[in-house]
Design a protein around this ligand. Structure first.
Ligand SMILES: Cc1ncc(COP(=O)(O)O)c(C=O)c1O
Length: 285
């Protein structure tokens, strides 16, 4: 860990010395095999952190907010109804983005400090017998309040209502810090950012996409160009990027995944829990 000007905020995080060095790479021809040899295993190994073997991981040069935009524009169409609970600044900003994209947003207003209201989701979804609600968006860790929501409970609510809505999860400040079980929880898109649990510089949205979301992608009519999953998937299949990749962040991600796996994900989660619990108890005291 660099001791230079340490910061004590939820993110961007302090960048470990090893990762700062890993990102210090000379420019490389990103159309040469050297790049694919690093890039493709990064996509593959990142799946472990998301808890998915069925999904695809895609990297976009943007911060986490771009990940939200990629998620909605690739799965939804103008006027589609979506369900979101507002319980902090980040859920609020995702609502705002959905409204600005012309979606019909049903908002559940919660106390800031509460988590995702699984029971209320279940009631609303059960009443939506025509299946007009196309997606549920949930902020996993609401960074503004520090409250973690139970995504497993949200999945149970969706299944109990026997509803086909997509489940899109903002894991920007949770993924790689707390357990994330994308396949088990039936998450359709999970969004992370390079500058939080992955301990890197800001500038890369890291998304995992389920097979169901990939099917929705072909029906979605919201405009998208830069964030079009189809362009990214096609380029990735050939070992590359559709445009200039964030080379330094991808090399950093290789080293970040190595660090996470060397420590062991369970130990990483235990460390975050210990530090978080220490802060909670200190504040209470
Ligand atoms: C939970 C959550 N979602 C989304 C964002 C937005 O990410 P970014 O600032 O990288 O665009 C943040 C940033 O702090 C966040 O904590």
């Amino acid at each position: 860990m660099s001791l230079q000007n340490p910061i004590f905020i939820p993110g961007p995080t302090n960048i470990p010395e090893r990762l700062r060095h890993a990102m210090n790479v000379p420019t490389q021809d990103h159309r040469a095999p050297d790049f694919s040899n690093t890039f493709l295993p990064v996509l593959q190994d990142a799946k472990i952190v998301f808890g998915t073997s069925e999904g695809e991981v895609l990297l976009f040069t943007s911060s986490g907010t771009g990940g939200w935009e990629a998620a909605i524009s690739n799965t939804l169409s103008p006027g589609d109804k979506v369900l979101i609970a507002r319980y902090g600044m980040f859920s609020h900003r995702w609502i705002d983005m959905c409204q600005r994209h012309g979606l019909d947003v049903q908002v559940i207003e919660c106390e800031w400090g509460d988590g995702a209201p699984a029971d209320e989701f279940q009631n609303i979804l059960a009443a939506d017998t025509n299946h007009e609600i196309k997606a549920l968006m949930v902020t996993h860790n609401e960074t503004a309040t520090g409250v973690l929501s139970d995504i497993g409970a949200v999945r149970t609510a969706i299944d109990s209502a026997d509803h086909p809505a997509l489940l899109l999860v903002d894991g920007v400040s949770s993924i790689a810090c707390v357990p994330f079980k994308m396949d088990e929880w039936g998450v359709d898109i999970a969004i992370a950012g390079s500058q939080k649990g992955f301990m890197l510089a800001t500038g890369m949205a890291i998304l995992a996409i389920s097979p169901k979301a990939l099917t929705a992608m072909d029906q979605a009519k919201l405009p998208r160009t830069y964030f079009d999953f189809r362009d990214m998937l096609k380029a990735n299949t050939n070992g590359g990027f559709p445009y200039t990749p964030p080379l330094n962040l991808i090399y950093g991600m290789r080293a970040s995944l190595d660090m996470l796996f060397e420590e062991g994900l369970e130990n990483v989660y235990a460390r975050h829990h210990r530090l978080a619990e220490g802060v909670r108890q200190a504040v209470s005291a």
